[in-house]
Design a protein around this ligand. Structure first.
Ligand SMILES: Nc1ncnc2c1ncn2[C@@H]1O[C@H](COP(=O)(O)OP(=O)(O)OP(=O)(O)O)[C@@H](O)[C@H]1O
Length: 459
C-alpha cells in the first residue's frame, strides 16, 4: 500500500484529500506546515507528497527545494489555490512531478496520484536495477520498437557505439524517443552498473544551472544553506545525460566545455578540484548548426559532444512503425490502467497511421491511453479512433492551435474553456441547464463562464 503525505495549512483540504485517498486504499498522513512536513519526511518513508504552494512559515516552494535536494526520488505534486497556478507550473519546472488545483477535482487528482506513484516506483526500480543489471538482464527498459530503416539503423548504431567511450549527440523533435535511445546507449555500455544521471537543461533557470551541474559549497550564494553535490559528481563512473542541451546558456556551455576537456570540476564557491569520470550523452530538439550560426551555441562544444550523431526521425516519417509501437504500448497501457487487453483492428491501426503526430511517440502513447480507456468491448475499431481523435489529420486543429498560439497556461486554459463551452452549448441547442448538467457544473457557474468569455448565441 502506498503512503502519501498531504501538506496543507487548510484543515478542510487535508480532510477532503485524506477521505478521497483513504477511500482508494492509500495510507495517508497529514502535516499542516512545511516545517512539520520536512520532519515527517525525514522520519518516515513516503511514496508521494501532496504539497500546498502557499503556507505560512515555510511555503511549498521552499519545502520543494529541500525535498528535491535531499530526496530527489520522492515524487511531489503541488496543490495550488486560485492565483498560485503559475507558481505551481514554475514548481513543476523545478522538479515537482505535477500540480493540481483547489478544490481538487476527483478524477484529475486520482490520475495524477497514480501517475506520480508509478513514476516514483519506476525510479526506485531503475536505481535497484542499476546495481544488478548484467548484459543479459535488460530489466524493464522499454525496447526501441520499430522495423523502419531509420530505427534499424539507430539500433545498430547503439550496439556499435554503446560499449565505447564516445560521446553521443541525439537529435530529433519532441517525443521521438531521444531519451529512450540515451538510456539504451547507457544500458549497453560498460558503465551500465553505474548511474545514468539526467539533467534537463531547459527546465533549470540559467542562474541555477552551474550549481545543478557542478554542485556548490555551503554559503556559496544566498540560499545555499547546505553543500550540494552536482550532477557531474553524481554521475561519476557512469553517464551524464544532458537533455535539451540546445537550451543551455552560453556561460554554462563554456563551463561544460572546460569539464569535457579537463575531466575536472569545481563546486560553486569551492576551491577544490574534483576529478570526474563521466561519459556525456546529449540530446536536443533544436537545430544546433542553426544555433551556432545565430551565435547561440558554441561550435567547439558541438564538436566535443557530437562525436557520434544519432538523429531520431519524426514518427510521421516512419509511419510503418506505428502498428508495431501501438501494439506494444496497448498491452502495457491496459495492464497499467487495470483494464482487459484490447486488440486494435487493422482499420484502427491504419487510421492511426494517417495522423500527423506532431508530438510523435509520446502523443501516440497518450492518445492510445485515451482510446483504450474510452472504448468498450475488446476490439478497438477505426470509428473508436476517429471518435477519440477527431477527424483532423494535419498539423492544424484546435488542440494544435491552442498549444502553439498561447504561451501562458492561463490563456490557453481560458481559450479551451470557451471553445469547449460553445461546442457543448451547440450540442444541446443552447439549453443552458442541460449543458450544465452534462458537463457536470452548476447552472450559475456556467452563466458566470458565459459572461466571463462573452459567449453569445450566433443567430
Ligand atoms: N521506438 C519506440 N518504441 C517504444 N516506445 C517508444 C519509442 N520511441 C519513444 N517511445 C516512448 O515514447 C515516449 C517519449 O519518448 P522520449 O521521452 O524518449 O522522447 P524524447 O525525444 O526524449 O522527448 P523530449 O524531447 O520531449 O524530451 C516514452 O514513453 C518512450 O518510452
Amino acid at each position: 500500500m502506498a503512503t502519501i503525505l498531504v501538506v496543507d495549512d487548510e484543515a478542510s483540504i487535508r480532510r477532503t484529500l485524506r477521505e478521497i485517498l483513504e477511500y482508494e486504499d492509500y495510507a495517508v498522513d497529514a502535516a499542516s506546515d512545511g516545517e512539520e512536513a520536512l520532519d515527517m519526511v525525514h522520519d518516515s518513508t513516503y511514496d508521494l507528497v501532496l504539497l500546498d504552494v502557499k503556507m505560512p512559515k515555510r511555503d511549498g516552494m521552499e519545502v520543494l527545494e529541500s525535498l528535491s535536494a535531499d530526496r530527489p526520488d520522492l515524487p511531489v505534486v503541488m496543490i495550488s489555490g486560485h492565483g498560485t497556478v503559475e507558481t505551481a507550473v514554475e514548481a513543476t519546472k523545478l522538479g515537482a512531478y505535477d500540480f493540481i488545483e483547489k478544490p481538487p477535482d476527483l478524477n484529475r487528482l486520482l490520475l495524477t496520484v497514480r501517475n506520480a506513484l508509478d513514476r516514483g516506483e519506476l525510479e526506485t526500480e531503475n536505481r535497484r536495477m542499476r546495481q544488478t543489471i548484467t548484459e543479459t538482464n535488460t530489466g524493464d527498459l522499454t525496447p526501441i520498437v520499430g522495423e523502419s530503416a531509420a530505427i534499424t539503423d539507430i539500433k545498430e548504431t547503439i550496439e556499435r557505439v554503446a560499449p565505447t567511450e564516445a560521446r553521443v549527440l541525439i537529435t530529433g523533435e519532441n517525443g521521438t524517443g531521444k531519451e529512450l535511445v540515451a538510456r539504451w546507449v547507457h544500458r549497453k555500455s560498460n558503465r551500465r552498473d553505474e548511474p545514468m544521471v539526467e539533467v534537463n537543461c531547459a527546465a533549470i533557470p540559467s542562474e541555477l544551472i552551474e550549481s545543478e551541474l557542478f554542485g556548490h559549497e555551503k554559503g556559496a550564494f544566498t540560499g545555499a544553506t547546505q553543500q550540494r553535490i552536482g550532477k557531474f559528481e553524481q554521475a561519476h563512473g557512469g553517464t551524464l545525460f544532458l537533455d535539451e542541451i540546445g537550451d543551455m546558456s552560453l556561460s554554462a556551455q563554456a563551463k561544460v566545455l572546460r569539464v569535457l576537456q579537463e575531466h575536472k570540476i569545481q563546486r560553486v564557491g569551492g576551491s577544490r578540484t574534483v576529478e570526474v569520470d563521466v561519459r556525456v550523452i546529449a540530446a536536443t530538439n533544436k537545430n544546433l548548426q542553426q544555433e551556432i550560426e545565430d551565435g547561440d551555441f558554441r561550435e567547439d562544444l558541438y564538436h566535443r559532444i557530437g562525436v557520434i550523431l544519432i538523429d531520431v526521425p519524426p514518427l510521421r516519417e516512419r509511419r510503418g512503425d506505428i502498428p508495431l509501437i501501438t501494439e506494444h504500448m496497448a498491452d502495457r497501457l491496459a495492464r497499467r490502467n487495470g483494464i482487459p487487453p484490447k486488440t486494435l483492428s487493422d482499420d484502427a491501426l491504419k487510421a492511426l497511421q494517417r495522423y500527423e503526430w506532431r508530438g510523435n511517440v509520446r502523443e501516440l502513447h497518450n492518445v492510445l491511453e485515451r482510446i483504450l480507456i474510452l472504448t468498450d468491448g475488446d476490439t478497438v475499431g477505426a470509428d473508436d479512433v476517429q471518435r477519440c481523435m477527431g477527424p483532423q489529420t494535419s498539423s492544424s486543429g484546435p488542440t494544435y492551435d491552442l498549444i502553439h498560439t498561447y504561451d501562458a497556461f492561463s490563456d490557453a486554459r481560458d481559450q479551451f474553456e470557451k471553445l469547449f463551452i460553445e461546442h457543448k452549448l451547440d450540442e444541446h441547442d443552447w439549453n443552458v441547464s442541460q449543458t450544465a448538467e452534462t458537463i457536470g457544473i452548476q447552472r450559475s457557474h456556467l452563466y458566470n463562464k458565459l459572461n466571463k468569455y462573452g459567449i453569445e448565441r450566433d443567430e
